[in-house]
Design a protein around this ligand. Structure first.
Ligand code: NAP
Length: 251
C-alpha cells in the first residue's frame, strides 16, 4: 500500500490515542504524512505517541490538546496550530464512545454525551475547518460511522442514532462541497478488536463471531487501510460514499 500523494499531507485524526484512530495515525506516518492528533490531558502519553509516529516515518507530527466536546478549546487550539503549521487538508473524525443500555434504561444525559462525542463534535469540527478546506488542495474528510448505524442493534439505540446521523452528515457535506473538490466519505466498521469491544460480554462477542461470514473479528489495520485509500487521491472520484469494513456482518 503506497500513496505518494499522502507524503507531507496534513491530516488531523481525532481519538488517535488507541484503537482504530491510533492505527490510522500509524498508517499515515508510514506514508510520511504530517500527522496531527488530539489528546485530552496526558501530555507525556501524547509526546510518546508523537515520537512513535516520527519513528514510523511521519514527515511532521502535531499534538493538539482538546476534548472533542470542548468546542471552544478545540477551535482555538486548532486555529493556533494551523496558523503556525499551515492548513489541514485531511480530517478523520474518529473519536467515539459507546455505552450499551436497553432503551428502557437510557437516561437523557447519556443521550447528550453519546451524541456530543460521536456526532456533534464531528459536525462542529468539520464545519469549522470547512472555510480553510475551500482554500486547500485535495481535501478529504473521513467520518467513522459503524455498521450499527446502518442496521441498528439491541442496547445500542443511542449509539446507532449517532452513527446513522454521521452518515446523513457525510452525504450532505459531500453534496454541499463537491463543487469545491472537497470530498467526504463514511467508513462503517463492523466488530473490530479494540478497547471499545473488549468490554462486551462474552455472550455478545460469541454472537457477533457467529454472524460474521469471514469468520473473525476485524483488526484496526483493516479500517486504517480503507481510511488511507479514502484520504488519498486514489479515491479522487469517490465522495458521499458509505463503505463497510465488517467481514460481511451486514450483507
Ligand atoms: P476506543 O479504542 O475506545 O478509542 C476511542 C478513542 O476516542 C480514544 O482515542 C479516546 O481518547 C477518543 N475519545 C473518546 N472520547 C473523546 C473525547 N470526548 N474527546 C477526545 N477524544 C475522545 O475506540 P475504537 O474502537 O478505536 O473506535 C474508534 C471509532 O470507531 C469510534 O468512533 C467508534 O464508534 C468507531 N467504531 C468502532 C468499532 C469497533 O468495533 N471497535 C466498530 C464500529 C465503529 P482517550 O484515550 O482520551 O479516551
Amino acid at each position: 500500500m503506497n500513496y505518494p500523494d499522502l507524503e507531507n499531507k496534513t491530516v488531523l485524526v481525532t481519538g488517535a490515542s488507541r484503537g482504530i484512530g491510533r492505527a490510522i495515525a500509524e498508517a499515515l506516518a508510514k506514508q510520511k504524512a504530517h500527522v496531527v492528533f488530539n489528546y485530552r490531558g496526558d501530555e507525556s502519553k501524547a509526546n510518546e505517541l508523537a515520537e512513535h509516529l516520527k519513528s514510523l516515518g511521519a514527515s511532521k507530527v502535531g499534538a493538539i490538546q482538546f476534548d472533542v466536546t470542548d468546542f471552544d478549546m478545540m477551535k482555538t487550539n486548532i486555529d493556533a496550530y494551523v496558523k503556525e503549521n499551515g492548513p489541514i487538508s485531511g480530517l478523520v473524525n474518529n473519536a467515539g464512545i459507546s455505552k450499551d443500555q436497553l432503551v428502557l434504561r437510557v437516561k437523557p444525559e447519556d443521550i447528550d454525551s453519546i451524541l456530543n462525542v460521536n456526532l456533534k463534535a464531528a459536525m462542529v469540527l468539520t464545519n469549522h475547518l470547512s472555510r480553510q478546506f475551500l482554500k486547500a488542495k485535495d481535501v478529504s474528510v473521513v467520518n467513522m460511522s459503524s455498521v450499527v448505524g446502518l442496521m441498528g442493534n439491541i442496547s445500542q439505540s443511542v449509539y446507532a442514532a449517532s452513527k446513522a446521523g454521521m452518515i446523513g452528515f457525510t452525504k450532505s457535506f459531500a453534496k454541499e462541497l463537491a463543487s469545491r473538490k472537497v470530498r467526504c466519505n463514511a467508513v462503517c466498521p463492523g466488530f473490530i478488536a479494540t478497547e471499545m469491544t473488549e468490554n462486551l460480554e462474552e455472550k455478545a462477542k460469541d454472537h457477533y463471531l457467529q454472524a460474521i461470514p469471514l469468520g473473525s473479528y476485524g483488526e484496526t489495520e483493516d479500517v486504517a487501510a480503507l481510511t488511507l485509500f479514502l484520504l488519498s487521491n486514489s479515491s479522487k472520484y469517490i465522495t458521499g460514499e458509505v463503505i463497510k469494513v465488517d467481514g460481511g456482518l451486514y450483507i
